[in-house]
Design a protein around this ligand. Structure first.
Ligand code: NAD
Length: 488
């Protein structure tokens, strides 16, 4: 299966790069070229910035709330109508398995876009504040919440539709204009979103897309340009910090959605302990999810039992992944040769650190010519090990025993990250007490869904700054202006 060219999209038009350069899109299932993308550089970026600036400064996009809502509701509807095409793109360029499309990859994104449109009703763009007499003068006051301006959205490859929609949908609903710079691995999803934007009637210049191979050319230009008002970045913590430093010169608003090393705490009274442990395998989309609970915390008094359950679960799962056609399959390859090597490095490090490999740990060429790594589970892990502290972003679970509830909370919080987490217990109140003590942005209790389009999503500590999704996610793209009229 081949993808059509992913061209640059500026001011409502698709175009090749000024340089004429293209780069290859690699299919992670095969390691082979699946298509080509235009390779934007600084000169293309200048054009996109001009287009977005002009659309923000000189059209009524930012002020005409009803019109914007109408356009974005149409966009949400069209996006849903293109589910099949979106899934094909996610399969081919992001390595999504078909069954993963039913979750975050596609349906989560479509539901999220609908949720954002619904959340628009909760966004306050203007409010009256009570009159106040100051120095004998009556002040009649209001506060306006105005769109920030031109937003550069810089996104990763793992769940491209979901992350792109979270930024583009919210920023456009807020009245900003957007330049989307997708990861070089997944340019087609972004440019296909631009095709739908044309169909939905999103005005020229309001949404622009810049695929590019080298992050420094387009990304750094966006981050340093004085004409860009805000950077909304999702990606690794290292690049996030770099972007924050680079953005300082022009005092940009910088929102960062970064990495994670989330915990899954199973308490000794979990009603279905076996199911809770078995479903903690890190396999969905080969573990390439930022809020994935990749540290499993099990009580010491049920540790051996948990290890035995996991051994059985991993063995059972072995025939259930890596199938491109199977509708129920949720795990395919990792995204690239680079990511494969990075994950395999961590598997080596884990063994050197003294953790015990309970399952996996090997490449699986029998699954295909692409980048297949066996679902991997380390037990006897100490929370100080690198495999417990650093984000692996692959199909690797680490299992850590704990003494009691306090110890579980301690281990959970001894991390530089704080994105997601989960707690399972037969006593909801006990689980809630633990959830409230975990330093992270979204926690699931007893299988609850804490990541949904109408809830704020984002990190504590090294997992980021700012919130996406929900009305909070739209409000992030607004700034407040107080106006007081003096009446004598
Ligand atoms: P990455 O940080 O390498 O790249 C992310 C994006 O930043 C890409 O578009 C890349 O081209 C761009 N980029 C890289 N260097 C840049 C620079 N100097 N200036 C401007 N842009 C630059 O991350 P990745 O490997 O694409 O994605 C994996 C990471 O993303 C993981 O750490 C994962 O946890 C994180 N992630 C976080 C969330 C979240 O919401 N918290 C969601 C998905 C992924």
């Amino acid at each position: 299966m081949q993808l059509t060219d992913a061209l640059i999209f500026i001011n409502g038009e698709f175009r090749h790069a000024n340089s004429g350069k293209m780069f290859d899109i690699i299919n992670p299932w095969t390691g082979k070229v699946a298509g080509q993308a235009a390779d934007a550089d600084e000169s293309d970026t200048d054009l996109a910035i001009d287009a977005a600036r002009n659309a923000f400064d000189n059209t009524d996009w930012k002020d005409n709330h009803a019109y914007r809502l109408d356009v974005m509701a149409r966009y949400a509807k069209l996006l849903r109508e293109k589910r099949h095409e979106l899934l094909q793109i996610a399969r081919i360029e992001a390595g999504a398995a078909v069954g993963a499309g039913a979750r975050a990859h596609i349906d989560g994104a479509l539901d999220g876009m609908d949720d954002l449109v619904k959340c628009f009703a909760d966004v306050v763009f203007e409010e009256d504040r009570p009159d106040r007499v100051v120095g004998g003068v009556l002040n009649v006051r209001k506060v306006r919440h105005e769109a920030l301006g031109v937003v550069a959205a810089i996104t990763p490859w793992n769940v491209p539709l979901y992350v792109n929609v979270g930024k583009m949908g919210a920023a456009l609903l807020a009245g900003c204009t957007v330049i989307l710079k997708p990861a070089p691995d997944t340019p087609k999803m972004a440019t296909f979103m631009a095709e739908i934007a044309v169909e939905a009637g999103i005005p020229a210049g309001v949404f622009n897309v810049l695929p590019s191979l080298h992050p420094a050319s387009v990304g750094e230009k966006l981050v340093t340009s004085p004409l860009v008002d805000c950077i909304s970045f999702t990606g690794s913590t290292a690049v996030g910090k770099h972007i924050m430093r680079q953005g300082a010169e022009t005092l940009k608003r910088v929102f960062l959605e970064l990495g994670g090393k989330s915990v899954n705490i199973i308490l000794d009274d979990a009603p279905d302990f076996m199911m809770a442990v078995a479903s903690s395998m890190v396999v969905f989309h080969a573990g390439q999810g930022c809020a994935y609970p990749t540290r499993l915390l099990v009580p010491k008094n049920r540790y051996q039992e948990a290890c035995a359950i996991l051994q059985g679960s991993y063995a059972h799962f072995d025939s259930k992944w890596g199938d491109f056609e199977e509708p129920t399959c949720i795990m395919g390859p990792v995204i690239s040769a680079k990511q494969r090597d990075r994950v395999m490095d961590y598997i080596r490090i884990g063994q050197e650190e003294g953790a015990r490999l309970l399952a996996g740990g090997t490449l699986r060429p029998d699954k295909g010519e692409g980048y297949f790594i066996a679902p991997t589970c380390f037990v006897d892990v100490d929370n100080n090990m690198r495999i417990a502290q650093e984000e692996i972003f692959g199909p690797v679970l680490v299992v850590i025993p704990y003494e009691d509830d306090d110890d579980a909370v301690r281990i959970a919080n001894e991390s530089s990250y704080g994105l997601g987490g989960a707690v399972t217990s037969g006593d909801e109140a006990r689980a809630m007490r633990i959830a409230e003590r975990i330093q992270a942005g979204c926690i699931s209790v007893n299988g609850g869904m804490s990541i949904l389009g109408d809830l704020p999503f984002g990190g504590y500590k090294g997992s980021g700054i700012g919130r996406e999704w929900g009305h909070e996610g739209i409000q992030e793209f607004l700034q407040s202006k107080a106006i007081a009229a003096g009446r004598r």
